[in-house]
Design a binder for this molecule. Structure first.
Ligand SMILES: [Zn+2]
Length: 180
């Protein structure tokens, strides 16, 4: 497999929302300075439902605001970045011209077909395909039992997070049949 002149995730400065959440950098009025081993740093200031990033790129000071989103999962809530370029939800942002999702930043995983990351992506896409309707939203197919749907939906959500992917979930449908 050829992986030529691609920018691999491992060599690109990135922000992972799970790490930021774990170290409580997303609580409003928190300021965090993130430094990368390869050099460079970003000043992160958390505001209500968004973060403000300040950094230098080729000597130029840049300020970027990133919206945050939350989704409900079985065991609580999950935070996401809203990609400033395409608006999709993502768990990681990559720095090239600006911070953006993996797709917008055109960053690839090394030997994509073989990595555990890629396997997660493929499982996610396959499962999602079984559940999605014509609009690409997750819905329970008429023939599927609610309990089965819930298990599959949670699995999609988990894989989505692992893959750092994005998908639209119909929240109304999510609560469909919930006894809570
Ligand atoms: Zn994007």
């Amino acid at each position: 497999m050829r992986c030529v002149s691609r920018r691999y995730c491992e060599r690109v400065r990135q922000l992972d929302i799970r790490t930021l959440q774990r170290q409580r950098s997303l609580s409003p009025s928190t300021t965090t300075i993130i430094e990368w081993q390869m050099g460079g740093a970003v000043h992160l200031q958390a505001e209500f439902e968004r973060i403000r990033l300040r950094y230098r790129l080729d000597g130029q000071p840049i300020e970027q605001r990133i919206n945050l989103a939350e989704t409900r999962v079985r065991y609580g809530r999950r935070a996401w970045f809203g990609c400033p370029s395409c608006g999709r939800r993502c768990a990681k942002l990559f720095l090239r011209a600006r911070f953006a999702c993996r797709i917008c930043a055109k960053v690839y995983y090394e030997c994509q077909s073989a990595t555990p990351q890629r396997r997660v992506e493929l499982r996610f896409l396959k499962l999602r395909q079984r559940l999605q309707d014509v609009y690409g939203e997750i819905r329970r197919p008429k023939w599927m039992r609610r309990a089965r749907f819930k298990v599959m939906r949670d699995e999609v959500s988990r894989l989505e997070y692992l893959a750092g992917y994005t998908l639209m979930i119909d929240e109304t449908n999510n609560n469909d049949g919930d006894a809570r």
